[in-house]
Design a protein around this ligand. Structure first.
Ligand code: SF4
Length: 353
């Protein structure tokens, strides 16, 4: 690898990404707590803008009591949960009238995540276009060095990068199923083999995830409720019949799942994400992500007959899993159910897609 601070390690589709803008079915600003800095807030207020844009800008953000310079103002969604700066066709008025450079950093960069301290950049699975790109490809994801118009400040230490890439390589070994590959990653990270538990006990854990996210009002509540209705109390045989049906509806599902999880591992810097210090906890979280997606898709089969429906479910699920406290909540739920050890969390892998 070259040590040039202008070369960033990126997934190979990074530069092909472009936002769907008004064509997006579930724009990233819908229902999200978009926060902007104090400087960005006052830059917007002093922008040279048309009367319509000025009027919208004056209502678009509010300042909370506990404002901080970097999280100073929050997007004031309209009663439908939409950004007030979007016009009736879904386009961003700020973008179309004042240009991309006028956008707050979060709107300009999303779904990109640029880590200057590591000279790497990636894209989040929470964007529907990212999921579409990953679902469309038949080749494995590669990571390449590229200039992205930014300059880094450092690099991932080689021993960490080597382990991160080793885990990704294991997931991409198509001689094993993804669930088996996850078990191998678990053995590498925790030194322990996954233990098998009764199907009913494992299903109970996954239902507790569905209950938690059906109650907390998140964007996946409806999917969780449907999974509870469909799967609660189901036998292992019936669950597997639904899984076979799922794969006949989406023949590339195993490949989609692999690309999604590889993208997620790189996004999270697994097993060195910022939110966790303990690598075994990171592995438990990873199992929770994989199995929760599996249960949501399996439980909602009757509602996701088209690829677009699958993409919508997955991007909404990753909004929760990559941009909320999911990685803390999953440990509470696993601990509560007696699955809070990596070898036991690994027993849930039969719920992967
Ligand atoms: S979710 Fe992705 S494609 Fe849709 S508006 Fe946001 S960045 Fe664009």
């Amino acid at each position: 690898m070259d040590y040039d601070l202008t070369l960033f390690l990126v997934p190979d589709y990074y530069s092909s990404f472009s936002c769907k803008c008004g064509d997006c079915r579930q724009s990233c600003c819908e229902g999200w707590d978009v926060a902007i800095s104090q400087k960005e807030y006052y830059d917007l207020l002093s922008l040279d803008a048309s009367d319509e844009l000025r009027s919208r800008l004056s209502r678009a953000f509010y300042i909370p009591r506990d404002a901080e310079p970097e999280r100073y103002a929050f997007l004031n969604h309209d009663w439908l949960g939409n950004c007030p700066l979007r016009d009736s066709t879904g386009l961003c008025l700020l973008h179309s009238q004042a240009g991309e450079e006028s956008l707050p950093g979060v709107c300009r960069l999303y779904p990109r995540s640029i880590r200057k301290d590591l000279c790497e950049a990636t894209l989040s699975n929470s964007c529907e276009r990212v999921i579409e790109m990953l679902a469309e490809r038949t080749t494995q994801l590669k990571f390449i060095q590229q200039r992205i118009g930014a300059e880094g400040t450092g690099f991932e230490p080689p021993y960490r990068m080597s382990l991160r890439m080793q885990c990704i390589g294991i997931l991409q070994d198509r001689n094993s199923s993804l669930a088996q590959s996850f078990e191998s990653v678990g053995e590498l990270i925790t030194g322990q083999k996954a233990q098998k538990r009764e199907f009913e006990d494992c299903l109970g854990v996954m239902m507790s995830f569905c209950r938690e996210y059906s109650e907390n009002g998140s964007s996946i509540a409806e999917y969780c409720e449907q999974s509870i209705r469909t799967l609660n109390g189901i036998s292992g045989n019936e669950y597997n019949k639904r899984r076979i049906l799922m794969h006949s509806m989406f023949p590339n599902l195993e490949m989609i799942q692999e690309n999604l999880m590889v993208n997620h591992l790189f996004y999270e810097k697994f097993p060195y994400s910022e939110s966790r210090e303990d690598e075994t906890e990171e592995y438990e979280s990873l199992c929770a992500v994989l199995c929760f997606i599996g249960v949501l898709v399996n439980g909602n089969l009757e509602r996701i007959s088209r690829t677009e429906d699958l993409v919508d479910l997955l991007s909404k699920a990753f909004r929760v899993m990559e941009h909320s406290a999911f990685h803390y909540n999953d440990h509470v739920l696993l601990d509560r159910a007696g699955f809070g050890e990596p070898e036991i969390a690994g027993s849930l892998l039969e719920f992967s897609l």
